[in-house]
Unconditional design. Structure first.
Lengths: 114, 112
């Protein structure tokens, strides 16, 4: 399978705990994006990387959120001191730098904060 | 007011019907327009991708963009039960500004 992969697919945690998600983009894609999707809503942009550089962060990405892409390949999204409002599907997408912006999404990590 | 508005539905139609899904938007700077299909508890899958105004056809799917009206549509002909999913419109400002702005999604059910 050469698509975008995410791990874990599901995460249940207690309020106040830290969680980390991983995304592996399509191998030739140098752009990587994180989105958050709550029930009944479309995905909302969180942040994006070109190679290892984090180029934009949404105001949705509070200080408790941090994302990294250390070698320009996979990326991690960490949420510290989780809150119930963090419960959502966290989606990763990737694209090429080639004049189009077709973003291909992974299956998502569903986070439930109890 | 959201930048992108989409009727959340739900929308139920009989198999074989023509389906029309629509989005309106407020930011005239949007240049790229996409339609994604999302099955329950899965990630969105890109269906159609268009630049600026005009029509684009791919099999049973046709995407239309009318920038003067800030209105985009997706038509599905000869709808099948496998088309049952949530359809999301998405837009991008311009090349180099990469984040997508999504509508809320329309939940579509095709009744056999």
């Amino acid at each position: 399978d050469t698509g975008v992969s995410q791990d874990p697919r599901h995460k249940i945690t207690k309020r106040g705990q830290n969680v980390t998600f991983r995304c592996d983009p399509i191998s030739e894609h140098n752009r990587l994006y994180w989105y958050r999707q709550t029930l009944g809503q479309g995905p909302e942009f969180l942040t994006y990387f070109q190679n290892e550089a984090q180029l934009e962060k949404s105001r949705l990405l509070s200080d408790r959120f941090s994302a990294e892409r250390p070698k320009g390949s996979f990326s991690t999204l960490e949420i510290q001191r989780t809150e119930q409002g963090d419960s959502a599907m966290y989606l990763c997408a990737s694209s090429k730098t080639s004049g189009s912006s077709e973003q291909f999404f992974g299956p998502g990590t569903r986070l439930t904060v109890l | 007011q959201k930048e992108v508005e989409q009727d959340p539905g739900p929308l139920s139609v009989p198999e074989g019907a023509i389906v029309s899904l629509n989005c309106t938007y407020s930011n005239s700077a949007f240049q790229y327009f996409m339609w994604y299909r999302q099955y329950s508890r899965k990630g969105p899958e890109l269906l159609m991708y268009t630049y600026s105004s005009g029509n684009k056809e791919d099999g049973r799917f046709t995407a239309q963009v009318d920038k003067s009206s800030k209105y985009i549509s997706l038509f599905i002909r000869d709808s099948q039960p496998s088309d049952s999913a949530t359809y999301l419109c998405a837009m991008e400002l311009d090349f180099g500004n990469e984040k997508l702005t999504f509508g809320t999604g329309t939940r579509l059910t095709i009744i056999p």
